[in-house]
Design a protein around this ligand. Structure first.
Ligand SMILES: NC(=O)c1ccc[n+]([C@@H]2O[C@H](COP(=O)([O-])OP(=O)(O)OC[C@H]3O[C@@H](n4cnc5c(N)ncnc54)[C@H](O)[C@@H]3O)[C@@H](O)[C@H]2O)c1
Ligand SMILES: O=C(O)C(=O)C[C@]1(C(=O)O)C=C[C@@H](O)C=C1
Length: 377
């Protein structure tokens, strides 16, 4: 059995965790077990709990933490259960461990908080949070220690939150390689409606169009459609809870989006009509402007340039490519390999600082690499 690679977070022996004491993780699925792996890599004592004994066993077998004992006195509790049981579990944990700080990682923040408030639970030591990091597949088996690296981690404290509690939750985010961002639950839910919840629906709706498409059409699928539909593989059980808990902000964006769709469809019905081509061009241009506003890697408002290199499907090619990039003193900011089954080559997309794009491209071409495209094209 292999454990998820933890080196990306541990980064050597010299890192000491900011989090102190035992961390108890309730819900040992994708998120919980990923938190466990990342903390274990830093030497933190992690206790796991899950309503499903087999999920718990699996997470422990893979090294995400140990089983709970009655003697445990956690300093921090991370609740990583589905949104509709978050309030129940947070309430139970606050009552069982009154000295611990309790956070949760649910994708919606307002509804669980309102439920806890309505029950009159003392929320002094509760801080809702949400790492904007995940995968389309759940379960402990999909967990990864490096899941949170470079991702935003929203922290929703309130006026009564003790500074030391806030520091502990932010320490968790930092230990896992994420960037803590303070927000109110309302701002969080409105924001994720736009950047997470509606994108999920759009990907699902688009991919749903493929269900009765002819096989011949789908064989032509290139990278564009794969980029826009990856998250269509997400779990319906989880998403029905997320969307229902954030329905109003999601509906606002869906209404605006359906107006946009109607306008572009209308223009395309009569593409020769006056103004129609402008409507179509404006649709694409607004998209250009919008995507430019997305922060780049590590949340910076700076986007990298990229070059796409054709790589033969033979042993040692990627090693040679990285060797050449090293020899050219090109710092690789990000890397992605696309490889369609059966194709004799793959496409290596390399993100670099815009200032080195031209030299990197020329240097690689000189060394015999075929450049399929660059962001300067
Ligand atoms: N999947 C993502 O990409 C993602 C990203 C960020 C945040 N989240 C949030 O993280 C939370 C967990 O999502 P996940 O993807 O890890 O799901 P998951 O299904 O992989 O894991 C959830 C785990 O919680 C356990 N569980 C359910 N009810 C429980 C209970 N009452 N007590 C104890 N354990 C219980 C389940 O057995 C399961 O192992 C959700 O609230 C989700 O909104 C998910
Ligand atoms: O699958 C992924 O890549 C995700 O990061 C999923 C994603 C997101 O939309 O950003 C989905 C929901 C979670 O609440 C957080 C992360």
């Amino acid at each position: 059995m292999t454990s998820p690679d933890t080196s990306a977070v541990a980064g050597g022996d010299s890192l000491t965790p900011r989090v102190t004491g035992t961390v108890r993780v309730v819900g040992a699925g994708l998120l919980g077990a990923s938190v466990g792996h990342a903390l274990r890599a830093l030497g933190v004592d992690v206790v796991l709990e899950d309503a499903s004994p087999s999920q718990l066993r699996l997470a422990i077998d893979y090294g995400a933490g140990r089983a709970a004992t009655p003697a445990d006195e956690p300093t921090l509790i991370v609740v990583a259960v589905p949104p509709d049981v978050v309030a129940d579990v947070v309430e139970r944990e606050l009552r069982t461990f009154p000295r611990a700080v309790v956070t949760d990682v649910a994708s919606v923040k307002l509804e669980p908080l309102q439920e806890l408030q309505a029950r009159g639970v003392d929320l002094t030591h509760y801080i809702g949070s949400h790492p904007l990091a995940g995968r389309e597949r759940g379960g402990a088996i999909s967990a990864r220690a490096d899941l949170f690296i470079g991702r935003p981690w929203v922290v929703c404290r309130d006026g009564k939150t003790p500074a030391s509690d806030l520091a502990l939750v932010e320490a968790l985010a930092l230990d896992l390689g994420a960037t803590p961002i303070e927000m109110t639950p309302e701002d969080h839910d409105r924001s994720v409606a736009l950047v997470s919840h509606v994108p999920q629906l759009v990907a699902s709706l688009l991919a749903g169009r493929f269900t009765d498409a002819p096989d011949g059409s789908l064989r032509l699928a290139g990278q564009g459609v794969r980029d826009t539909t990856r998250i269509a593989a997400s779990a319906p059980e989880l998403w029905v809870q997320i969307l229902a808990a954030n329905a109003a902000p999601v509906v606002d964006i869906l209404d605006a989006l359906s107006q946009d769709l109607a306008a572009v469809a209308e223009a395309l019905r009569t593409p020769e009509a006056p103004g129609a081509r402008r409507e179509i061009a404006d649709t694409i241009r607004r998209g250009n402007e919008g995507v430019e506003r997305l922060p780049g890697k590590h949340g910076q408002n700076r986007r990298f340039a990229s070059l796409v290199v054709m790589v033969d499907d033979t042993a040692g090619q990627l090693g040679r490519l990285f060797g050449d990039l090293g020899a050219l003193a090109v710092n690789v900011e990000d890397f992605r390999l696309e490889h369609s089954p059966g194709a004799p080559f793959g496409l290596a997309e390399i993100a670099v600082a815009p200032s080195v794009l031209r030299d990197a491209t020329a240097g690689l071409e000189k060394r015999g690499w075929k450049i399929a495209s660059t962001t300067n094209d």
